[in-house]
Structures are given as structure tokens and as C-alpha cells.
Ligand binder design. Structure first.
Ligand SMILES: Cc1cc2nc3c(=O)[nH]c(=O)nc-3n(C[C@H](O)[C@H](O)[C@H](O)COP(=O)(O)OP(=O)(O)OC[C@H]3O[C@@H](n4cnc5c(N)ncnc54)[C@H](O)[C@@H]3O)c2cc1C
Length: 413
């Protein structure tokens, strides 16, 4: 087995995405937690130490540890850009030619840069720059209010930058349930983030002045472009082995097969751009190669946005055929957590015929952690009556699952 990687083993997640952002956000969360914890003095973060912490987590953008891991697993490694020459042969730029029986394409995605007039005249950031920087801009304009833009906007705002978020859609976090997005947007505004929704950036001047479609302007020291991702499918020779691509990415079946003896996994498939989905797809592909495969099941994909408050969603969160209830969390663990208490809730979605959960939306402290058992409930199609008969620990945020289920069973009756 040979792994070919042109940059760092571990990919975007370890160095420019999940790991640095979650470390940065942890620092931002601690700082805000002190502000909301009676008996504690608010404390401004020491930004140099925050960068140091993040740099530790990214191993200073050094993948030596990962190479040791590959060695342990008896996996050969070649650093360089791989391209398919013909079925069964891969060439590595400035490196060897490699024969293969089976090929896995896991080339990921890159930031999609919108064609904004004048954008190239400024030294804009992508997630890569924002997660490597040691500079705290006095002001930051974030183009794009999805999870990447929202997480980084809140980090920089809490560290002291004056932040504006410009979102084309009618609200932040356009892909999550509107109840959740509304809480995050209200929190951003309370924290002093200038949120401009329903607006496009139409022009950028070299002095970093942005003109928006509604005629307003934004001036900032830095611009962060967070307007989505595009799959890395170009220049790989995929067409030479019969792999089909669309603007979304490599077309695969439910076993992750892309062509004869070729599998594709992760962001490059465009199915769901999360590390845990890529890892799941890796397992599906590996099982398929051993002949013991089963189809991928995407009914219960958990998705977390690590803003504060966090947003966790799983499965289907809309549809006229579903019964839904919202339970607002006001006591229990929330009472012990902070002052003033902030909005937190759990919304459940159920199939009334089958009496099973099909989706959930959670907002509150560490909501990504409460998602675990909801993900299992959706994936395993556990009957709601059995979920209701499950003892939840007290006082925890996941106790909300019990209270929401009581309301759900009433609504299903
Ligand atoms: C700011 C940000 C935060 C995120 N946070 C989270 C999070 O908290 N949780 C989560 O689940 N997901 C998160 N994501 C998404 C997550 O980072 C991706 O889903 C994940 O990295 C995809 O993994 P992958 O292996 O498919 O691709 P990548 O991580 O992009 O890896 C692809 C690798 O292929 C290499 N490569 C490409 N072409 C070639 C070639 N021809 N030859 C050799 N090597 C090549 C690249 O150098 C790269 O290292 C975040 C994304 C961003 C941008």
C-alpha cells in the first residue's frame, strides 16, 4: 500500500480546518465563559499564547508524526503530486511511477473563490491563511456566513477584531434549521459582529473597501473569503480511467466505486464535506475491496457548527411529512452553566408512521456532544417509545432528549 500526498499527511482537517479552528474557538469560548461566570473576572486572551496553543495542535504544520504512523501501519509514502497515466499506472511529479491494482482518490477540496470585481487586488485570506496567521487584524470582513465563515468570524471578534460578515442568503448558516441560525445570528449581533445578510460583495478596492449589492460599504484591514469549497478533480487524469465528475465532485455509487478498480472518498465526492463522513466512506471503500462490503447509509449524518452556542444537527430537519417538536432548555444543566442563561433548545423530527426519529437540531453548550445518541437513534431507527423509556443522566444537556421525547410522543398520538 502506498500513500501519495503532495502537501501534508493528514490533509486540510489537521492543518487548516477542523483542528486549528476548534482550538482557536476553544480559546474564544473560555474567554466568553469567564465573562458569563459569576465570581470570575473577565480576562482578555493573550493572543500570542492562543497562537502557540493552536500551533501545537497543528504540530507547527509538520507531519513527521503522521509519517511515523504510516510506517507503523507498513504503508509506503511518496510525497508529490499524483496523476493517473493510464489504468494501473500513476505518476508522481518529480517522483516515481507507481503501478497499482486498486486506486483510491481522496484529493479533497479547495476554497471556491467567487469572481468578485477587484478581489484579486487585495491580499485576501482563505481558511488556510486564517488558521495559520499570527496576526490579529484590527478589522476583518468575512465573505460568507456558512459554518467556516461563522466560526472564524466569532473567533476573531472575540479576540478583539472588528468583524463584519457578509452573507448572500437571507440568514447566517443557511443550511441549518432556521431556529438554530436565528440564535447564532442574534448572538453575533449581541457580541458586536456586524452581520449583513441578503447582500453580495460586488466590488473590492485595493484599499480594502468592499461595496455591497445593497449600496453599502465595508472597510476592513483584511478580507476572509469563506464562500464554499470546490472538489479537487482537475489535472488528475481521472477521465483516463473512466471516472465521471460533475461540478459537485467525483460520481460514486454507494460502495464508493468511481470506476473499475477506482474508489473515491471524502470531500472530492461532494456528498457531505465533513471529516467524519470521509472516514466513514473510507471504511465503506475498504470493506468493499475485501468483498465484504455494504452500501453507505447517509440517513444520519451528524453536522456540528462550533460557534458559541454550538449547533448540532443530524438527519432530516424539514419535510411536511414529519412531526416536529421543540423543547426549550431552561433548567437542569443550563442553570448550573452560566449567567445570564442563554437560549438553548432541542428540536426533534419524527416519521409518524414508523414512530422513529429521523432528525434533530440542538443548540446550546457543547451541542455537538449531545448529537451522539441522537445520531444513533436516527441511524438505528429505534422506536420513540423505547427512546422514551431510556434513562438519561441528570443534570446533563442530553436530558433534554427525554423532555423533547415526552412532547414528541404527545404530538404523535
Ligand atoms: C475551516 C474549516 C473547518 C472545518 N471544520 C470541520 C470540523 O470541525 N469537522 C468536520 O468534520 N469537518 C470540518 N471541515 C471539513 C473537513 O476539513 C473536510 O471535510 C476534510 O478535510 C476532508 O477530508 P479529505 O481527506 O476528503 O480532503 P482533504 O483534507 O482536503 O485532503 C486531501 C489531500 O489530498 C492532497 N492532494 C490533492 N490532490 C493531490 C494529488 N494529485 N496528489 C497528491 N496529493 C493530493 C491534498 O494536498 C490534501 O492533503 C472544515 C473545513 C474547513 C475549511
Amino acid at each position: 500500500m502506498t500513500l501519495v500526498e503532495t502537501r501534508l499527511v493528514g490533509g486540510e482537517c489537521s492543518y487548516y480546518a477542523c483542528m486549528p479552528t476548534k482550538t482557536m474557538l476553544r480559546a474564544a469560548e473560555i474567554s466568553a465563559t469567564l465573562d458569563r461566570s459569576p465570581g470570575f473576572e473577565p480576562q482578555r486572551p493573550d493572543i500570542e499564547r492562543v497562537w502557540w496553543w493552536r500551533d501545537q495542535v497543528t504540530s507547527n504544520w509538520d507531519d513527521t508524526g503522521q509519517l511515523d504512523f504510516l510506517k507503523e501501519k507498513r504503508c509506503n509514502f511518496v510525497r508529490g503530486y499524483g496523476r493517473i497515466v493510464r489504468p494501473g499506472l500513476l505518476e508522481v511529479q518529480d517522483g516515481p511511477e507507481l503501478e497499482y491494482d486498486r486506486l483510491v482518490v481522496a484529493t479533497g477540496s479547495a476554497p471556491a473563490i467567487p469572481p468578485i470585481d477587484g478581489l484579486d487586488s487585495v491580499d485576501y485570506w482563505t481558511n488556510e491563511d486564517a488558521t495559520r496567521t499570527h496576526a490579529l487584524p484590527e478589522s476583518l470582513a468575512v465573505i460568507g456566513g456558512g459554518p467556516v465563515g461563522a466560526e472564524l468570524a466569532q473567533f476573531f471578534a472575540r479576540m478583539g477584531s472588528r468583524v463584519t460578515v457578509i452573507e448572500h442568503g437571507p440568514r447566517l448558516l443557511g443550511r441549518v434549521h432556521e431556529d438554530a441560525a436565528a440564535i447564532v445570528e442574534a448572538t453575533f449581533r449581541e457580541e458586536g459582529i456586524d452581520v449583513r445578510v441578503g447582500a453580495d460583495v460586488v466590488r473590492v478596492e485595493p484599499d480594502v473597501r468592499l461595496t455591497l449589492s445593497d449600496g453599502s460599504t465595508v472597510e476592513a484591514e483584511k478580507v476572509l473569503v469563506a464562500t464554499g469549497r470546490r472538489p479537487h478533480v482537475q489535472g488528475l487524469g481521472l477521465e483516463d480511467v473512466g471516472v465521471r465528475t460533475t461540478p459537485r465532485g467525483v460520481e460514486v455509487d454507494l460502495r464508493m466505486r468511481a470506476a473499475e478498480n477506482v474508489w473515491a472518498i471524502g470531500d472530492v465526492t461532494g456528498i457531505s464535506l465533513f471529516t467524519h463522513v470521509g472516514k466513514y466512506q473510507a471504511r465503506i471503500a475498504a470493506f468493499d475491496m475485501t468483498g465484504q462490503g455494504h452500501d453507505a447509509d447517509y440517513r444520519a449524518i451528524p453536522a456540528a457548527t462550533f460557534t458559541d452556542p454550538e449547533v448540532g444537527t443530524v438527519g432530516r430537519t424539514d419535510g411536511d411529512d414529519l412531526v416536529t417538536v421543540r423543547y426549550d432548555i431552561t433548567g437542569g444543566r443550563l442553570s448550573t452553566y452560566e449567567r445570564p442563561k442563554r437560549d438553548a433548545f432541542l428540536r426533534l423530527f419524527a416519521d409518524p408512521k414508523e414512530r422513529v426519529l429521523v432528525g434533530a437540531v440542538a443548540v446550546g453548550p457543547e451541542a455537538s456532544e449531545w448529537l451522539g445518541q441522537l445520531t444513533l437513534a436516527v441511524r438505528s431507527a429505534t422506536p420513540v417509545d423505547m427512546l422514551l423509556d431510556t434513562i438519561q443522566p441528570y443534570p446533563t444537556f442530553s436530558e433534554a432528549i427525554l423532555f423533547a421525547l415526552i412532547e414528541l410522543v404527545g404530538a404523535l398520538a
